[in-house]
Design a protein around this ligand. Sequence first.
Ligand code: S3P
Length: 171
Amino acid sequence: MQPKQHIFFIGMMGTGKTTIGKKLAKQIQYPWVDTDQQIEKNWNCSIAEYFEKYGELAFRQAETETLYQLVEQAPASVITTGGGIVLRPENRTYMKQHGQVIHLTAHPDELIRRLEDNQSRPLLRGDLKNKVRQLAREREPLYKFADVTINTTYKTPTHIVEEINHYLIKS
Ligand code: S3P
C-alpha cells in the first residue's frame, strides 16, 4: 500500500460505505472520518434537518467544504462520503489527488432492500424503488473514476474488507 494516503469510499446510498470503511479503518489502524457525520457536527443538525432548512444546493457546498476540511486536517485516514459527493467534478478530482478511491456497488434491488426501513435519507422519500433505480442509473458514470470497484451484493462485511485489503496490499 502506498504510504500516508487517504482512502476514500464512494458509492450509492446503501452500498455499505460507512460499515465497511469503519471496519477497514480498524483493521489497518487508520482513523475513520465521514463527511456526513462531520457536516452534522459542523452544523449541529442531522442531514435530514440540513436538507429541510437549507436545501440540496447548500448541502452540496457544505459537502465539498467538509471534504476539504477532512482531507486537510486528518492524517492518512479512511474517509467515507455521502453518495452524492461525486456530483461535483472538483470533488472527484480532489479525492483522486489525495488518495485511493474505493467504489462500493450493489445491485439496485439489493440497495432497495437495504434502504427500505430507513427514513434518514431525504433524497429517497416517496417512491423509494424508482428513486434508487434512477439515482443509480444517473450516477453510475460518475463513480467510474475510482481506483477499484467492489461489488458488495451477497458478500459479508468481512469478505468485502478482505477483498479491499488484497487490493490495497497490491497497490
Ligand atoms: C446522499 C447520500 C447520503 C447523504 C445525503 C445525500 C446522496 O449519504 O449524504 O442524504 O445524494 O446520495 P449516504 O450515501 O451515506 O447514505
